[in-house]
Design a protein around this ligand. Structure first.
Ligand code: FPP
Ligand code: MG
Ligand code: MG
Length: 381
């Protein structure tokens, strides 16, 4: 069809960069302690979706063509130096300044001089995946999850203690890499994300802001859910898109646009995630399906169903722990418009994300960012 819109595979747009991503992440995670080394790298063995690094790379490339406020572009040679200390007993501060500033040969991706993506932006992409993976290590412990990325989850393979500690180790290494970007604003953004993840998870311990045991549906119910969703999912995506634009030296308008894109896409991403928990099998998801109700969580599909069936409030109040509650809630959600409304709300956010970057000059990377929105709506895992 000659009239079909030209579509760009977002993965192909940044394929060269993505090729080095896992390798570089594994380098960032090296430890002289062999068991820690294994546990820390465990989730890098299975293929993740790499949504966050892909967004950072696409945003970096798309904003490279926008006006710059000041020349902040620098090559930041120190981001290239390995931070792995092979001697596990060494307590030396692995300070970049004490290490050679030349790019090691293995970091080929960082030496591609013709690329419009800066070394600091590539490193940012890796940092986002490290923080995300750390949160998954912790999340699988909290959720008593048994599988992730179609393999046993780290808590099952190595136990809770090692999974939690490995997550902390990832955050530590992410912090070192972040500090080496030598950009206080970007450091503050990503440090805030880590705090936001915890705040979101704490909000999720309750399904409603008020009257937890005896909740009534109000407009505030959805508001509370969306606030939680921003903190646990959209914060990382939005603030890393913002950080990508900052590292590229973009003007405040462009920085805000990048943030708005990430925020709206991030909210849509989690809404779809919460929908897939109801609609797709565990086999296809590569992680347990139908897990949210079992965990006592009332997500968007259920909240919309609750608005139509106020009797659901009793089940929400006891976190679906009563005999047959989970099954009954599932049936009520299935016969309501909850799933449809969740999809429609996700579509609204995706439309806002596309609108946010409409002023960017046309480029393959911009098309890739738009295509990511379509992919989020179409995804089944
Ligand atoms: C997955 O959600 C989990 C998150 C998006 C964030 C989890 C955050 C924490 C555990 C806070 C502490 C961690 C760090 C590193 C600061 P989900 O359980 O709804 O999705 P799933 O189906 O993929 O498990
Ligand atoms: Mg989970
Ligand atoms: Mg969870």
């Amino acid at each position: 069809d000659a009239n079909a819109p030209i579509s760009v595979d977002p993965f192909r747009t940044v394929a060269k960069e993505m090729k080095f991503l896992t390798k570089n992440i594994r380098q960032l995670l090296g430890s002289g302690h062999p068991t820690l080394d294994t546990v820390a790298k465990y989730y890098t063995q299975s293929e993740g979706k790499y949504v966050r690094p892909m967004l950072v790379l696409l945003m970096s490339r798309a904003t490279a063509l926008t006006p710059k406020s000041k020349d902040r572009r620098n090559t930041l040679d120190q981001v290239n130096t390995p931070i792995t200390d092979p001697d596990v007993l060494s307590d030396a501060n692995p300070d970049a300044r004490t290490r050679p500033l030349t790019s090691p040969a293995h970091d080929t991706a960082y030496t591609t001089a013709d690329s419009d993506i800066l070394p600091s932006q590539r490193r940012l992409a890796e940092i986002t995946e490290l923080i995300h993976t750390a949160s998954l290590l912790h999340d699988d412990v909290i959720d008593h999850s048994e599988s992730r990325r179609s393999a046993p989850s780290a808590n099952i393979e190595f136990g809770n203690k090692m999974a939690v500690l490995a997550g902390d180790f990832l955050l530590g290494r992410a912090s070192v890499a972040l500090a080496r970007l030598r950009d206080p604003e970007v450091t503050e953004l990503l440090a805030t994300v880590i705090a936001n993840l915890v705040e979101g998870e704490f909000m999720q311990l309750k399904n409603t802001a008020a009257d937890e045991k005896n909740p009534v549906w109000t407009e505030d119910t959805v508001h509370y859910y969306l606030q939680k969703t921003y903190l646990k999912s959209a914060s990382l995506i939005s603030k890393s898109c913002r950080a990508a634009a900052i590292l590229g030296g973009s003007t405040p308008d462009v920085v805000e646009a990048a943030y708005a894109y990430g925020k709206n896409l991030g909210l849509a991403f989690q809404l779809v995630d919460d929908m897939l928990d109801y609609t797709v099998s565990g086999q296809e998801l590569g992680k347990p399906a139908g897990a949210d109700l079992e965990l006592g969580l009332a997500t968007a599909p259920l909240l919309f169903a609750w608005k139509e069936n106020r009797g659901l409030g009793r089940l929400v109040g006891r976190k679906f722990k009563g005999e047959g509650d989970v099954q009954m809630a599932r049936e009520i959600v299935a016969s309501s418009t909850g799933l449809e409304q969740t999809r429609a709300l996700a579509q609204e956010y995706v439309d806002k994300a596309i609108e946010a970057i409409s002023g960017f000059p046309e480029s393959e990377a911009k098309t890739g960012l738009i295509e990511m929105c379509t992919k989020v709506m179409k995804r089944r895992k």
